[in-house]
Design a protein around this ligand. Sequence first.
Ligand SMILES: Cc1cc2nc3c(=O)[nH]c(=O)nc-3n(C[C@H](O)[C@H](O)[C@H](O)COP(=O)(O)OP(=O)(O)OC[C@H]3O[C@@H](n4cnc5c(N)ncnc54)[C@H](O)[C@@H]3O)c2cc1C
Length: 230
Amino acid sequence: MIPAGFDYHAPRSVADAVKLLGSLGPDAKLLAGGHSLLPMMKLRFAQPSALIDLGKIPDLRGITQSGGEIRIGAMTTEHELLNSKLLADKVPLLVEGVSQIADPQVRYKGTIGGDICHGDPANDHPALALALDASFVLAGPKGERVVKAEGFFVGVYATLGVFLINAAREPLANRSLIWFTIWSSIVHGGIMLVQALVDETDRINLLGDVPALFLVAFVLWYLMSGKARA
Ligand SMILES: Cc1cc2nc3c(=O)[nH]c(=O)nc-3n(C[C@H](O)[C@H](O)[C@H](O)COP(=O)(O)OP(=O)(O)OC[C@H]3O[C@@H](n4cnc5c(N)ncnc54)[C@H](O)[C@@H]3O)c2cc1C
């Protein structure tokens, strides 16, 4: 349970962090709240040669409204999201989703950027971002670019290449979303929570560990319940 050795860097700006990412190469990793990365390092599933700690970059924190969008810095913690009056007012679904994440200890350190970039299909933010039609601002050596959530997740634990997420942008159009929760103790032999969000386009966005059987059952039930629009 002791990680392999690594160098530690704590840049003070996004530009410096991006420079470090470029110069240290693909073996370096960005560190946010550490709740997913550090356990993987302790088990030696991840052995980065260097950690670039984003915790001392003030520009990566905060929730602001700009025109028709809410911009959330990647290092904003789940606790800050949960207690944001602006989000409660403008994007209440995000706050409701965050309230389901882990416990207060995890929410004090875990960040929206880390949750999204980890690419864990069981994490909540990827499905919330898809349901809310969010975009991500990616910072790299060639500057910034904006990518829609649906083009960002390319597989299990796989996102779009090496970059630094600068911010998530949530459009203000308040989508009508329905939460579904299914409890199951059959497939994995333990209690499992499957949650699904259905948005106004009738797209189904699943959260949690979803075996195919439940996915099929859920889609059939949804179609037969008459909730889907013709
Ligand atoms: C007990 C426990 C329960 C949990 N329950 C839930 C839950 O119910 N729902 C849920 O969604 N999550 C859950 N999590 C995961 C938690 O939300 C993590 O905090 C999250 O997955 C990672 O966020 P982090 O800030 O800790 O990132 P880190 O662990 O520091 O980083 C995770 C990965 O993202 C990369 N990364 C981090 N920030 C950036 C960035 N800005 N740009 C590019 N790459 C970046 C890192 O290099 C690393 O690969 C749980 C974790 C624990 C320990």
